[in-house]
Design a protein around this ligand. Structure first.
Ligand code: ATP
Ligand code: MG
Length: 398
């Protein structure tokens, strides 16, 4: 799979853009605030169907366009040439369009407009859930330090995005689980007020176990591939003598196989029943999972130095790319957004070497020489300036 062309209009400060994306490595360089992250954000949007950084997606629509009632468009041409293991995507070319239409809003707070999002693949309307998996991509960003030092939710999100791109059934299951969770929490609140029937609770327990047990098992399976890959990449990037272990910490203990997990889940629900009565919130299940990142016996969540956390985050992303590659039978699109700026030259080189093995890699940087020194003529270069992106011959004559 590769993205051959990207067209944007009114996407943040990228007002009008039509870009042929080369295979291999392409480097987008420019000063701060020119639109480098916006470019990567638009590409990753095609993969996960939402922004990786906007709290509210109305932020994506160019301010002026939004005030004038216009819309933001992200359009990608996806060429499928590799084998598809999941069988969910037909080979050939697909046109993916994600649009955000702004309309006036009279909410007391906010910018005075709201946006409506619409997704189309080859002109047909799609839900966000059914888009994920068509473009598979891995994003390396400066925010990744949160994978190590951030809350468990950051690591759950990491796993969910990885597995959803690898397996469309997972995302559907996750969405069902979240709906069940909401219903069950609502019922727990009603029960606290003495307004629920006991048999209703039983029904939602069964639903929760049915959806949740499988998610836990899938995460366990994927961790079985991800963890050794991460350990290997970390060995190549980290300090000699640092021994990494990555351990899945499911809220519901693993047991036997996917089917055996149900019994374990019921057992967990019995164990937390008292707490759930008090807090009126579901206390066991994949929404409370985490994984531990431990180096030489020390939990990195609490004790990683900044450099250690950066290196671990890079190893996690490289492992994500490898896991996704194995699941899909072809390499994902790699997006490196300013991800190497804090690394020393040796580590930067090693990451670039690893990244360059993927069929299509987009790298943004403020310092073109850091990257061009490594790739030379083996990469294509583009200058990002004031919301415009233009090919640039860094090496006179090409
Ligand atoms: P850096 O090197 O600092 O990471 P960058 O090139 O990655 O910079 P972006 O994050 O892509 O910069 O932001 C580019 C510019 O777009 C910024 O000046 C930002 O304020 C602006 N911007 C963000 N959202 C919008 C929007 N909705 N409309 C117009 N401009 C926007
Ligand atoms: Mg940026």
């Amino acid at each position: 799979m590769r993205l051959s062309r990207l067209r944007l209009s009114n996407f943040r400060n990228l007002v009008e853009l039509d870009l042929e994306l080369p295979l291999g490595v392409s480097v987008y360089f420019g000063q701060n605030a020119q639109g480098k992250t916006a470019l990567v954000e638009a590409v990753y949007l095609l993969a996960i169907a939402r922004s990786f950084r906007a709290e509210n997606e109305r932020e994506l629509v160019n301010f002026e366009a939004a005030r004038a009632g216009g819309m933001a468009l992200v359009e990608g041409l996806v060429e499928d040439d590799g084998p598809e293991v999941s069988g969910s995507v037909a080979a050939g070319r697909q046109r993916v369009i994600i649009g955000y239409r702004a309309s006036p809003s009279n909410a007391a707070s906010g910018p005075g407009y709201r946006v409506h999002k619409e997704i189309r693949v080859n002109r047909m309307r799609r839900t966000a859930g059914s888009l994920v998996g068509l473009v598979h991509a891995v994003l390396f960003s400066v925010l990744d330090i949160g994978l190590v030092q951030g809350p468990p939710s950051a690591r759950r999100r990491f796993l969910d995005i990885l597995i959803s791109q690898a397996d469309p059934l997972y995302l559907q299951g996750l969405q069902r689980y979240q709906r069940v969770l909401q219903q069950r929490n609502r019922l727990l609140r009603l029960r606290r007020e003495g307004r629920a029937r006991p048999d209703e609770m039983e029904f939602w327990d069964d639903e929760l176990v049915r959806e949740g047990a499988w998610l836990t098992w899938r995460r366990h399976e994927v961790m079985g591939v991800l963890a050794p890959a991460c350990v290997r990449h970390h060995r190549d990037l980290g300090e000699p003598g640092e021994a990494l272990t990555l351990r899945y910490r499911p809220s519901v203990p693993l047991s036997g196989d996917a089917a055996g997990m149900a019994a374990s889940y019921y057992e967990s629900l019995r164990a937390v029943a008292g707490r759930e009565r008090a807090t009126a919130a579901t206390a066991a299940g994949p929404h409370r999972d985490d994984f531990a990142i431990v180096v030489n016996g020390v939990d990195m969540g609490a004790f990683a130095s900044r450099g250690q956390a950066r290196t671990l985050a890079l190893a996690l992303r490289l492992a994500e790319a490898e896991t996704l590659s194995a699941a899909r039978g072809s390499g994902p699109l790699l997006l490196l957004d300013d991800a190497l700026s804090e690394m020393d030259a040796v580590r930067r080189r090693r990451v670039l070497e690893k990244a360059a093995q993927y069929p299509q890699v987009l790298i943004t940087t403020t310092d073109a020489e850091q990257v061009s020194g490594f790739f030379g003529r083996r990469a294509s270069y583009f200058r990002v300036s004031g919301g415009g992106i233009a090919p640039c011959a860094l090496f006179g004559g090409d």
